[in-house]
Write a protein that binds this ligand. Structure first.
Ligand code: HEC
Length: 110
């Protein structure tokens, strides 16, 4: 019985690792489907919507540095407003997908 339990631990770890890897890979897909229309494929925000709403240039290291993952998560999850203008609607994405899209946005820093 004890031996079985010991065997179960690496199996659980392997499973957890696989799941994490899959999410990281999905970040790009989540971003392309849900974020790129405003933030652009390159994160520069140089799209029609991005320009209209004032999306920042996330390929800029300083812009990325000014933003924590927690802040990014909160803004995406709960939405972002400036005065009465809605910049981002509260996202219907799963928490894991939001995190994956932020991780992908981080890779767009030049
Ligand atoms: C309707 C257009 C639109 C969509 C879709 C959108 N955003 Fe945004 N987002 C904005 C605008 C506008 C801002 C405010 C200016 C800025 O920070 O770029 C913003 C802000 C942000 C911020 C900074 C938040 C803060 O607190 O400063 C992050 C990070 C972000 N968006 C990531 C994403 C991700 C990831 C997605 C997809 C899951 C997404 N956005 C979808 C328009 C959009």
């Amino acid at each position: 019985m004890k031996k079985l339990a010991l065997l179960a631990i690496p199996a659980a770890l392997a499973l957890a690792f696989t799941t994490t890897t899959a999410n990281a890979a999905d970040g790009k897909a989540v971003y392309s489907d849900n974020c790129a229309k405003c933030h652009g494929d390159d994160g520069k925000g140089a799209t029609k919507m991005g320009a209209k709403l004032g999306a920042k240039d996330y390929s800029d290291a300083a812009v990325q540095a000014a933003l924590t993952d927690d802040q990014a998560f909160k803004s995406i999850k709960e939405g972002l407003k400036k005065d009465d203008k809605t910049l981002m609607k509260p996202s219907e994405l799963a928490d894991e997908d939001i995190k994956a899209s932020i991780a992908y946005l981080r890779t767009l820093k030049k």
